[in-house]
Write a protein that binds this ligand. Structure first.
Ligand code: 5GP
Length: 180
């Protein structure tokens, strides 16, 4: 698996520092409240697990699964809910937790969808942000690291369902895609 990696873009130490910082920002902003963290499966699982432990507040974790990318590297813009939340979010302080915001289409769709359910507040937190690829302007409340227009894997992010367990965020060798 590590033979497929061209280079490490963001190492595990920098990821950990970033997650700590985001956790502190959330804890500061939600003092006295109980945020409802919504992780988007599967990419945000690793990030959410670490982020939740860096927020020293009572909180709820829930998950939503959507299909948008499939196994291709191009966003289709078509987003389908394949698994919904387990609880009602009306009156809750919801924070959508994403691994990466690229075109912004997925997050824009999710925000609209959850907004209709009347949460008390609705915020978005992403570990990675690729602003150069944006098709839809979507407000981000918490942003970890801005990255250039590169397709990355690791720390929850996949290519064809692989590489999610890499501790670093990496760029794959071109021939991996050629063979896939
Ligand atoms: P958007 O709708 O913002 O274009 O895309 C959001 C989703 O596309 C992310 O949650 C992620 O699943 C996928 N995605 C976007 N860029 C990358 C990337 O560089 N690597 C991986 N593995 N997935 C990406």
């Amino acid at each position: 698996m590590t033979g497929d990696i061209d280079r490490v873009l963001i190492g595990a130490d920098r990821i950990a520092e970033t997650v700590q910082r985001l956790g502190q920002e959330i804890a500061r902003d939600y003092q006295g409240r109980e945020p409802y963290l919504v992780g988007i499966l599967k990419g945000a699982v690793v990030f959410l697990a670490d982020l939740a432990r860096s927020v020293p507040l009572p909180l709820t974790m829930d998950f939503m699964a959507i299909s948008s990318y499939g196994t291709s590297r191009q966003s289709t813009g078509i987003v389908k809910i394949t698994q919904d939340l387990s609880q009602n979010i009306q009156g809750r302080d919801v924070i959508i937790v994403e691994d990466i915001v690229d075109t912004g289409l997925t997050l824009g769709y999710l925000k609209d969808l959850l907004h209709v359910r009347e949460p008390r507040s609705l915020a978005a937190c992403t570990l990675l942000n690729k602003p150069s690829r944006r098709k839809l302007e979507v407000h981000l409340d918490y942003v970890g690291i801005e990255i250039p227009n590169e397709f990355v894997v690791g720390y929850g992010l996949d290519y064809a369902e692989k590489y999610r367990n890499l501790p670093d965020i990496c760029v794959l060798k071109e021939q991996v895609y050629a063979n896939g």
